[in-house]
Design a protein around this ligand. Sequence first.
Ligand code: AMP
Ligand code: MG
Length: 379
Amino acid sequence: MAALGRVLAEPIVSRSLIPPWANSSMDGYAVRARDTRGDPVELAVVGRIIAGTLPSRPLRAGEAMRIFTGAPLPEGADAVVPQEDVAADGERVTITGRVAAGAFVRPAGEDVHVGDVVVQPGGVIGAAEVGLLATLGYAQVRVFRRPRVAILSTGNELADLGTEPGPGQIPNTNTYSLMAQVIEAGAEPINLGVVPDHLEAITERLRWGLAAADVLVTSAGVSVGELDLVREALERTGAELHLWKVSMRPGKPITFGTHAGRPVFGLPGNPVSAMVTFELFVRPALRRMAGADSVDRPRLRVPALEMIANPGSRRGYLRVTLTPDTGGYGARLTGDQGSAILRSMVLADGLAVVAPDTTIAAGEPVDVILLRSLEPRSR
Ligand code: AMP
Ligand code: MG
């Protein structure tokens, strides 16, 4: 069970034939199809095969055997007649109409052949895979290690969970939403806590993170103000920064770099910006590092159920709910799109991707990155 949700690291090759022998898919009578050409025919019932036993002997011309679902077909038999379609008295069975060869028979190997690769490495193990692994006798499988992701929230104003915010302070949101996103991405979070906007303090905490983790993620302090010290602190640890600022909304201030081959991400501080930039930049990297062969969320093209406007020069990632519409789903904005309004993420099923200076009219199609399953839920 520990493998559930993990990414498989080895191909699962079948060592057996499933099912191992032809068997019945109904309770009824095993027959030779060519014996049912008369109309009606009467066959002698010469045996009884229950699931978990083997037929006592082959079936010969003019004979039938009582058989139950899952029981192996006797040699010579090639079809099953369901019991509700016959008249029988225990000794003899009367069959009306022709029976086709193969009727109600599950052939040997119809599911899996010996040597079939039934699950590829890079696939996520779900409930069906767990069932198949058990069928094939795999009690243990090799999975990829989850990448470890250190998360640091920066900001003088932050009061961490469990402490009462002082005057002018706000609760620390991002550590927790980011840790949850890390877990949902199939990785393991390491909480580096909160540090104030102080260069040495940030640098020191980042060093801890780099010693413990495969990936570093920071929030806030990455913009242009004089207290935005994260980039300088990252450079002090020896990280090489490759980019700063992406033309998107929410989330323009973001930096990405590497430290001894390990990715480091400086995400913006606004809670929605932090979550959206995590989705777009950090999550795919974590999926790749986790060994998954699919790293991107599904993208859907659905009709806008109301006008969706993205004024300004940045690409928009607007939070939308997807609601059932005639023949499919349609997208509706979650309301106010401010990057500090975390409720827009709580309500969101997806992110509508809208080009700069573009307005999508109601009824026009819009591209949506799907963030969650569309199971109905209360909001
Ligand atoms: P900054 O990027 O440091 O200018 O922060 C942008 C905004 O995000 C400010 O309003 C911060 O107070 C807020 N913020 C920064 N970090 C967090 C956090 N961990 N939780 C909630 N809000 C935050
Ligand atoms: Mg700040």
